[in-house]
Design a protein around this ligand. Structure first.
Ligand code: GAL
Length: 496
């Protein structure tokens, strides 16, 4: 036992003076009782009663201490060390809550006949206005090219992310990497951003269908600093002629993600492939020898026969990769480990977040705990994100709540008018990540914007759903709104 004397000479137990004081006081009580016993044998009953009270108290203290140590040991064994306060000096300003005050213009006057034609609204009016390219609300959140982030210009804005502005590549063209993900390549020590190239006209294939752009392919951009991106071309093109091909331009290719396989030395891309009506609901797989392609398209399938729509891939520290996909009419998510070569799924599969109706999963990990951000299912329209956590990647997954911080209520209920697609760790700043999301523009999908914001794991969860002997099991996941921000110093050292 760790007993050290404090400044007054009294022993201090486990470094907790309060516990020591409490025990000493109980001890004093026992001694007093012994004296009393000697002086007044008539009070035998009372003394016996006190003695057993004292015994009960000591037992309770002992029991409490045992539980405390078992709980700490359990958390250590399961690799759960939680950072409750992540305010590293370099990231402090990114964790400042930045309010955003804007006045939404009065709603468009709606023609009552149009309402009759359209039936009852599904979206709140303000979201309908936001989605309407001719409205003033829309213009507020899709500023034009004059404010574009341009890596060719130096100056004060260099290295600053401006969520929602047009973002140009090193050729001065708007970046086309929607629904994307980022892979860091150790061989070339560069980051690669893969995403949907939507640089074509938006149209509706059917009156009730979602707005779409014909498949152009998967674009790839590379960067050393995550701010200035060079276009590496279309690394997996759509198929212009063969209508039976999965990637024929009339079909759907969404949310491509690339992972490097250490065993085969290949870069493997997984994506959502579908027909224009989203009834095929499958995953597609492609492979390449180089991060900048060309990727060879292999096949599509439904994992274990289940529908698969929005999806992502997560590569764990031990090299095992997992596919997460929305299934069964988007009512639940499934998670499945991939085979060692990452080209197929294994037989293992777990259904998670059942009946929660979540999509757009983005998975990440910190100190043995897995986290995920998802969106609700409202097509191109934004909705409220949720954060989830799990001790095992195969579940059970718990829902922690809305991770959006700052901005204003409208922003927090719409994930800053965006939908999750990926979360990138900054290894040298544990607990610090970049949240990548799409601000979709369904009336002109090629003009959809990127919302990149700092994401932190730390602090107490708002609603700790689970307790381990009184200690909340989960830390908070927070995405902080910033109109303008840059990466903290020292962020790149962990990438080697
Ligand atoms: C969203 C999905 C997007 C795209 C869109 C089409 O729910 O996250 O990736 O499929 O629907 O409406």
């Amino acid at each position: 036992m760790n007993i050290a004397p404090d400044s007054s000479g009294a022993p201090v137990l486990f470094g907790f003076p309060e516990i020591t004081f409490f025990l000493v006081e109980i001890g004093k009580g026992t001694m007093k009782m012994r004296n009393k016993q000697r002086k007044s044998p008539a009070l035998n009953f009372d003394a016996g009663y006190r003695c057993s009270l004292c015994f009960i108290l000591w037992s309770l203290v002992g029991f409490g201490l045992i539980i405390f140590f078992v709980s700490v040991k359990h958390q250590e064994d399961s690799g759960q060390t939680h950072i409750y306060f992540s305010r590293l000096p370099t990231t402090r300003e990114l964790e400042d809550v930045e309010e955003e005050h804007f006045r939404l213009p009065p709603p468009h006057k709606v023609n009552p006949r149009a309402v009759k034609r359209r039936g009852t609204r599904k979206q709140p009016k303000v979201i309908e206005d936001y989605l309407d390219e001719s409205s003033a609300v829309h213009a507020m959140f899709f500023p034009d090219q004059r404010t574009a982030v341009d890596p060719r210009k130096g100056g004060n804005d260099s290295m600053y992310f401006y969520p929602g502005r047009v973002w140009l590549d090193t050729d001065g063209k708007p970046i086309q990497a929607h629904g994307g993900g980022i892979m860091y390549d150790q061989k070339t020590t560069r980051f690669y951003w893969y995403g949907e190239n939507k640089d074509g006209p938006t149209y509706q294939a059917h009156s009730k269908g979602a707005q779409r752009v014909d498949i152009i392919g998967v674009s790839c951009y590379s960067s050393k600093n995550l701010w200035s991106w060079t276009h590496e071309g279309i690394v997996l093109p759509g198929e212009p002629n063969n209508v039976t091909h999965d990637l024929h331009k009339s079909k759907v290719l969404e949310r491509p993600k690339v992972v490097y396989n250490d065993h085969t030395g290949k870069y493997v891309m997984w994506m959502h492939v579908d027909d224009a009506n989203y009834t095929k609901a499958s995953v597609g797989v492609a492979v390449s020898n180089s991060p900048i392609g060309p990727f060879k398209y292999l096949y599509s399938f439904r994992p274990q026969g289940f529908e698969s729509r929005d999806m992502t891939i997560f590569k764990d520290d031990d090299g095992t990769a997992y596919v997460f996909y929305s299934s069964r009419d988007n009512t639940e998510l499934h998670v499945s480990p991939l085979t060692k070569d990452y080209l197929h799924i294994t037989a293992a599969m777990k259904r998670i977040l059942i009946r929660r109706h979540r999509e757009a999963p983005a998975v990440f990990k910190l100190q043995g705990t897995y986290y995920m951000i998802t969106s609700g299912c409202s097509g191109w329209a934004p909705n409220r994100a949720l954060a989830h956590a799990a001790n095992s990647i195969m579940g059970p997954w718990e829902t922690l709540g809305n991770p959006s911080v700052g901005g204003n209520r409208f922003f927090r209920l719409t994930t800053f008018l965006s939908q999750s697609t990926f979360v990138l760790p900054l290894p040298d700043l544990p607990g610090t990540f970049i949240f990548l999301a799409d601000r979709w523009n369904p009336s002109n999908l090629r003009d959809s914007r990127y919302i990149w914001l700092p994401l932190f794991i730390g602090g107490l969860a708002d609603e700790p759903l689970d307790y381990s002997f009184g200690f909340p099991l989960w830390s908070r996941v927070s995405i902080y709104w910033h109109r303008k921000w840059r990466l903290p110093e020292g962020w790149r050292e962990g990438y080697n």
